[in-house]
Design a protein around this ligand. Structure first.
Ligand code: SF4
Length: 289
């Protein structure tokens, strides 16, 4: 019987075969099995996280993180040809493993792999994506990203800084306007804002399309993936709002713009909670246990 971890890394291997960037994803099958069988890891923890591994407190118990660490290959140019050769060889091997594992999984789950109406499936997915994209929450997530860019443009003008966050932070560091501690706070808040700026839309899309695909009679007693996606989106919104509040106190000249963003996010938050009512109570493996 395949464990949850083993099933999950099947999807990773499938990713390997779909042309992921060459600098990553080289893995020995046995090593994969060994890592997936590690009882210290929390099964599925990476499914409902924010993928911010640098700030995560569960890296030592996350298969995803461990795989990514092992998959790194050297950046030394002298090794490039050899690495590329190894890379493609291992991709081929991974493809064979993926096919075997898909077959095993299909047999276990009673799925007929030949019985797939791919056109119908693609058409259905397109329609769901379109509906989800036009959902007010998804539109608001995209809109928010623009609002944030506009805020930084205005703040940059205000402080006559450069274009990037780094230049922005350097400018305020050397402006003498803020003590070092404040500069660090500003830096932390900007880091949070940037991390989640483009995170919200895909998570909300996933939650909404997932909800459309729900089959209630089958999933009644099971955790609902779309609720987990909505939950991490809500957490991202909460943290984003906290970061804006933190920035606002240091940029009184931007108070109106900041408040507008906070109100906008507050509405998005309520709207998402209303759209996916079970999101807040979803238990994420590791984080909420
Ligand atoms: S659970 Fe933590 S370590 Fe694992 S992928 Fe998510 S953020 Fe990274």
């Amino acid at each position: 019987m395949r464990s949850k971890n083993q099933t999950v890394y099947l999807s990773k291997i499938i990713c390997l075969t779909q042309g992921k960037r060459k600098e990553k994803y080289i893995m020995d099958r046995n090593r994969l099995h060994e890592m997936a069988a590690n009882p210290d890891n929390i099964p599925g923890i990476y499914n409902y996280c924010d993928r911010w591994c640098e700030r995560c407190t569960f890296t030592s118990r996350c298969l995803q993180f461990q795989m990514e660490q092992e998959e790194q290959i050297s950046d030394d140019p002298e090794d490039t040809d050899l690495e590329n050769s190894d890379f493609w060889k291992k991709i081929e091997d991974s493809f064979s493993i993926a096919l075997e594992m898909i077959q095993d999984l299909a047999e276990e789950e009673g799925i007929d792999l030949n019985d797939i109406d791919i056109d119908k499936e693609i058409e259905g997915q397109k329609k769901r994506d379109e509906i989800a994209h036009n959902h007010p929450c998804s539109k608001a997530a995209l809109e928010y990203s623009e609002l944030m860019n506009n805020w930084f443009d205005s703040a940059t003008d205000l402080i006559q800084s450069g274009e990037s966050d780094l230049q922005f932070i350097e400018k305020i560091s050397f402006s003498g306007r803020f003590p070092k501690k404040t500069v660090n706070e500003i830096k932390d808040n900007i880091e949070v804002l940037r991390w989640y700026q483009h995170f919200l839309y895909p998570k909300i899309m996933r939650a909404i399309t997932g909800k459309m695909e729900e089959v209630p009679e089958i999933l009644e007693d099971m955790p609902k993936d779309f609720e987990g996606s909505a939950k991490i989106a809500l957490i991202a919104i909460d943290r984003t709002m906290a970061a804006w509040a933190g920035l606002m106190q240091h940029f009184p000249g931007m108070e109106d713009e900041t408040l507008k963003i906070l109100v906008f996010l507050g509405k998005l938050r309520r709207s998402l909670e209303h759209t996916i009512p079970g999101a807040r109570s979803f238990i994420r493996p590791g984080f909420d246990e």
